[in-house]
Design a protein around this ligand. Structure first.
Ligand code: SF4
Length: 374
């Protein structure tokens, strides 16, 4: 799969610490540089047909449809698409105008991931989103009217401007809108964000963990009652609508990340990431240099990652795969803790898959890290 990182946003959301610029001054240079990076790295993913192409960011929907189409065509110069390829565009509600969607519906894009976040106006204001609650709703309906049935929305729970009742309304609205995929995250206070500043200066209260816990489990039960599969801690899908892009990450498949700050993985033990600086990226790529750092994962790190990622999914971690990939000595070191967690009820081993019972999913990261090798 290929991920293209479009590093531009209209404005800075208060909770976000992703890499992007709010100036579009170098948009054309960036698009050319990304096309060049695709050229420079054309031998990676060789002989593989692409099952997923994902435009993320930043805000890819800030680009013109012609620019997005240009990048798809650049990918097609070097790679072939699987006949069932999923081509996703992350889009913000305020960008999904009639014209934009009309043009987009003529391209290969077949999935939208809409940054709705909430239908509740005070949440959107606090988050400094560029859209309001009525656009949150109308953008979804418009996208469906233009034939985008395979769409996902992002929702954030646990905001200090919300409460359990408001969260229930957000979920009910999503059901009414017949959205087949929902990605939902707890609001977290990230370093160097406006939200962190407000919390530190007591302008706003920090997200309440017990409320987030209650909202998480309400969401899980409610969405399942409404026909969704809870297939990863933060992801819910109606049958047939699981994201191929996300699933490929969770299966440790190889992927190519193009654009500033984008990460790549060779499917074995090497991860790399491009510089998170638009100017440096453009300059270096123009000199045929990929500005990246590389990390070779040790056996311990690979083991930890497999647990961290796999234990967040409903399928769990393939224990036979662990046995195949890692030395008996390394697995032996984990067995004591794994057995203890099984006895305590925090893990189950079912059909050779190690998983966390859903009632403990909110604690998944802590349970996985207890099994790590340092
Ligand atoms: S639109 Fe997305 S990437 Fe851009 S600032 Fe907001 S949350 Fe971050």
């Amino acid at each position: 799969m290929i991920y293209l990182h479009i590093p531009f946003c209209k404005q800075k959301c208060s909770y976000c610490n992703f890499h992007f610029s709010t100036s579009l001054d170098f948009k054309n240079e960036m698009i050319s540089a990304m096309a060049k990076e695709l050229d420079l790295r054309q031998n990676e993913l060789e002989n593989k047909t692409l099952k997923s192409l994902y435009f993320g960011g930043g805000t890819p929907s800030l680009l013109k449809v012609d620019d997005l189409k240009f990048l798809i065509d650049e990918v097609l110069k070097y790679h072939t698409f699987n006949e069932n390829i999923e081509i996703t565009l992350e889009a913000n509600p305020d960008d999904l105008s009639q014209n934009f969607l009309k043009e987009l519906s003529k391209t290969e894009f077949n999935r939208l991931s809409i940054g709705t976040q909430s239908f509740h106006e005070p949440d959107l204001k606090m988050m400094n989103r560029a859209h309001n609650s009525s656009e949150a709703e109308s953008s979804i309906k418009r996208a469906q009217d233009f034939g985008f049935e395979n769409l996902s929305i992002d929702l954030i729970y646990g905001s200090p401007t919300s409460n359990v009742e408001i969260w229930k309304q957000n979920l009910k609205k999503s059901i009414e809108l017949q959205v087949p995929h929902i990605s939902s995250y707890a609001l977290t206070v990230e370093p160097k964000t406006a939200l962190q500043q407000w919390v530190l200066t007591n302008k706003i209260s920090a997200p309440n963990e017990s409320e987030q816990n209650e909202e998480f489990y309400f969401m899980s039960g409610f969405l399942k009652e409404n026909g969704f599969q809870h297939y990863e801690i933060s992801n819910f899908a109606k049958p047939g609508f699981q994201s191929k892009h996300n699933s490929a990450y969770w299966n440790y498949n190889e992927y190519l990340g193009i654009g500033p700050s984008a990460h790549s993985y060779d499917g074995e033990n090497t991860r790399s990431w491009n510089v998170a600086n638009n100017q440096k990226y453009i300059q270096q790529i123009s000199q045929n240099i990929r500005p990246n750092e590389i990390e070779i994962l040790t056996e311990n790190e690979q083991f930890n990652e497999m647990l961290m990622i796999g234990l967040r999914t409903s399928l769990g971690v393939d224990y036979l795969k662990l046995k195949e990939k890692f030395s008996a000595e390394l697995l032996d070191k984990s067995n004591f803790e794994i057995n203890r967690k099984i006895e305590e009820g925090f893990l189950i081993l079912e059909n050779n898959f190690l998983k966390i019972p859903e009632k403990h999913w909110f604690l998944a990261d802590g349970i996985a890290s207890d099994l790590f090798h340092l």
